[in-house]
Design a protein around this ligand. Sequence first.
Ligand SMILES: Nc1ncnc2c1ncn2[C@@H]1O[C@H](COP(=O)(O)OP(=O)(O)OP(=O)(O)O)[C@@H](O)[C@H]1O
Ligand SMILES: Cc1ncsc1CCO
Ligand SMILES: [Mg+2]
Length: 265
Amino acid sequence: MEKILWELVQLVRQQSPLVHNITNYGVMNNTANALLAAGASPIMAHAKSEIKEMIAISHSVVINIGTLDEYWSESMIMAADTAHSTGKPWVLDPVGAGATSFRDEVLNRLLPYQPTVIRGNASEIIALAKANITVTKGVDSTAKSNEAIDAARSLAGQYEAIVCISGETDIILDHQQEIFIKNGHPLMTKVTGLGCSATALIGAFIGIAENKVLAVAAAMAVIGIAGELAAEESNGPGSLQVNLTDKLYSITEQEFSSRLKIERL
Ligand SMILES: Nc1ncnc2c1ncn2[C@@H]1O[C@H](COP(=O)(O)OP(=O)(O)OP(=O)(O)O)[C@@H](O)[C@H]1O
Ligand SMILES: Cc1ncsc1CCO
Ligand SMILES: [Mg+2]
């Protein structure tokens, strides 16, 4: 497994996929830098007048609703529609799902365009499944991670999507398989938008890999391991952000393979 995932890390470096991002103001810069450091080529663009042409030349699309507004939500829906109808892989980051009815309405309009991947933290994945009125399965008040897995399974089944729940353990699943990755560092939660960077990296990996589940696993593994390596050299969140970008750029096969903590069911 290390070998296959490492080959995907190398493939992103060699092929430098163009990743079209409609993402949020909070993370636009660090997300673009994470993509560049990993070897991909980012383009941040949200004007409705250029969405279709931009998607035509891109390998994949990232839609992140972090700083949603009325104009951007229309761009996102147009982008999701275009990606879906032209067969471009796309990833949805449902930032703040469940926080407001506006977010939930926009998410419910995006989901029918069948994201290739949905990546959120546990509470976002739970909220997304709850907000989705066509989901018949209720969400039990059991332990949080189990609840997120049920929500993720439900979303994966309904939209034929791969769902990734990030956190201490990253869980990646589709209707057939579940992968658990236990890399990363708690300090990563003190830097804004590392989840958004993870989503953007997923965009890069699904843009070039045939096997989309392994693509998501490779993206989550590389950011988790880069985060661990970076945390060991950092004094706090500020230096972690900088060191993590450097590690995404410089990570070696030896570092990747010796640290990877993965389980596949
Ligand atoms: N407690 C933890 N221990 C180790 N790694 C963690 C922990 N929490 C998060 N991570 C890692 O941090 C990265 C971001 O995941 P997180 O779940 O914090 O995203 P998020 O909540 O969407 O963040 P944001 O909204 O700020 O972008 C992932 O690579 C994840 O594996
Ligand atoms: C802090 C913040 N607010 C909206 S988006 C964002 C970045 C983390 O998702
Ligand atoms: Mg997030």
